[in-house]
Design a protein around this ligand. Sequence first.
Ligand code: HEC
Ligand code: HEC
Length: 307
Amino acid sequence: MRTQHLNFIACAVAVLAVCSLSSAQVTKYQEDENLGMEAHVGKLTGHAKDAATNYRRYCAGCHGDLGDGEGENAVWLDPKPRNFTLATFKCRSTPSGSLPTDEDLYNTVGRGLESSNMPSWNPLSDQARADLVAYVKHFSDRWKTEKSGAVIEIPPEPAVNAERIKAGQALFQKLECWKCHGVEGRANGPSADTLTDDQNRPIKPFNFHDQTKFKCGAEDRDLYRIFMTGLDGTPMPSFSDNVKPDEAWDLVFYLRTLQPMHTQEKEIAKQLGLKPINPNAPAPAAAPAAPNAAPTTQPQSNENKPQ
Ligand code: HEC
Ligand code: HEC
């Protein structure tokens, strides 16, 4: 009886050993396969396997060795570092819910994220950043089964004028941006204190009066992209179904009147004596459609080119 018992234990131990051995092998195999992940940015090809050392040195302290956002510093940070295993990203040129392009991630890594502890990694070489993008991707199988979303088109920026700013303000009211961002954009709308992100963590809307820069870039085109793609993982929605490209520029111009720096838009708003919206007042008579001004030549953003 006793020997039988011992035999059983020995057997069980042997089975366990074999099991854990084979699961270790599978994991190792998958890891090798995932480390074959690439990123393509302009002429650069990033290789995940070449980023392992840099990731451990520069990223793991916040994002964790496993990419789960649970690095040793994460407890001290708000907002929390991204969990790469979920493959949900704020800064995308692609529609809500879809994967960003490699270029989007490359730009984010270079730029860093305003109002968070995510630093700019521009001191690393272009190649090192492309390798890191591949490494970020290797944490989620979504990149093996799904393609990046189709990049949303941004028409050339039209010339700003008073009509466009007024039309933008009417949209800010109609689309209820104020419910979160507040009637003056001070992040104090009626919903502001109730918002949580995907992980059920409290999150604040952006305060237009405090900040000149956005997480996903500082230019007019970046601002356009933010509300046309939404910030996945946060309550900030995509408005691409409700806003036509021309109207989107009106909204961009209006938002620029709220920010603390000197802008042409702010100057026009001052001349107009533009008052903050009043959601309780009867809706203003429909503003005449903004004239379809011929696109002006704008200096093109170079953020999409590897620096
Ligand atoms: C000091 C902490 C810290 C370090 C170090 C750090 N990050 Fe981050 N990272 C963050 C935080 C915090 C966020 C989330 C910010 C937010 O949600 O606004 C983030 C977000 C990101 C995102 C998601 C961007 C998006 O669009 O959602 C990427 C990609 C990223 N980090 C890559 C990296 C890489 C690559 C490294 C190493 C080279 C790195 N991070 C190092 C704190 C850090
Ligand atoms: C349900 C609440 C909600 C509504 C409605 C909303 N936002 Fe947001 N918005 C947020 C939150 C929350 C953030 C901050 C996300 C973060 O920090 O990651 C944000 C961030 C932003 C940002 C800054 C993004 C960045 O990159 O830093 C802009 C610009 C913005 N919103 C514009 C708008 C506009 C324009 C509208 C209306 C068309 C709108 N929002 C409607 C909740 C909302």
